[in-house]
Design a protein around this ligand. Sequence first.
Ligand code: NAP
Length: 317
Amino acid sequence: MSDRLGTPLEQPLFDQLTLIGVGLIGSSLARVARRQNLAKKIVAVDSSDGARKRIAELHLADDVTGDYAEGVRTADCVILCVPVGACSTVAEKIAPALKHGVILSDVGSVKGAIVSQVEPHLPNYVHFVPAHPVAGTEQSGPDAGFATLFNNRWCILTPPDGTDKDAIAKLRQFWEGVGSNVEEMSPAHHDLVLAITSHLPHLIAYNIVGTAADLEAVTQSEVIKFSAGGFRDFTRIAASDPTMWRDVFLNNKEAVLEMLGRFTEDLSALQRAIRWGDGEALFDHFTRTRAIRRSIIEIGQDSATPDFGRQTKDGPD
Ligand code: NAP
């Protein structure tokens, strides 16, 4: 995979970057922002004592606090790295303390709901530029992050109409600085695209792993023993954070239900092909899907290494 993380900036983009929520995404941003000199000062805000202690031990930030207003007061960029369902409450808490001209962003996996829930709390001197890095793992917490998480991955910006152009450009520079390719689209379009590329695959994984766990004819130990037949690849996705994914489905309801409807129709067609022994239909379908896998590898969004790249997977640094 090509490395888009160049040499660190000579002049930081921000005097103070405040990250609210320092789990997988927040701690990865802290690590890469420090490594690439994207901010003079990094402040971490987290509500849990345990997480704050760990953030300090890992030296992820220059200051760590549980006081939201204090953490954002002098920031020129604030990024919400909390679950989608928590963004509105956090925005309400910090809004009165945000300084004039600050860029406020987030990393939530759903965009329409965040825009409609966060914007009403914000004074008009705050530039709100929502973002979603399409990068992650099934791990959570400050220890799970790593500086190369966003390297060569996409970050989608969904600025509401009329957002200050300079603020959008600055946030774009930030995401490029952490190694991402950046694209802009409307929140509604983002939610539709991600419903099929991310949200539905997670729902399918949660469902298949749940079904296997419930099977009475096949024992639990057999499910685990023979998992290399395909099942284990679903278990990785189905191990993703329950809070994060509950919030994704509750906040991207329409788009997920739309995609689920299409998925169910296509599944019925495959079911019919199996029932009627229509080998040609199955073969054509599987040939088409194999081509999609090839294109993902060609554009560098995965590795062609056998065994799903497990031997050479990028890891924490
Ligand atoms: P994470 O590792 O579980 O971290 C979540 C952070 O949010 C923790 O610092 C947690 O604080 C804090 N938090 C949780 N509930 C909160 C609340 N009610 N109020 C204030 N803070 C709260 O999660 P993550 O994977 O970094 O996900 C964070 C965001 O990134 C989510 O919006 C998710 O949609 C988005 N995202 C995730 C991925 C992914 O693959 N994981 C990819 C792209 C985008 P404590 O320390 O107190 O628990």
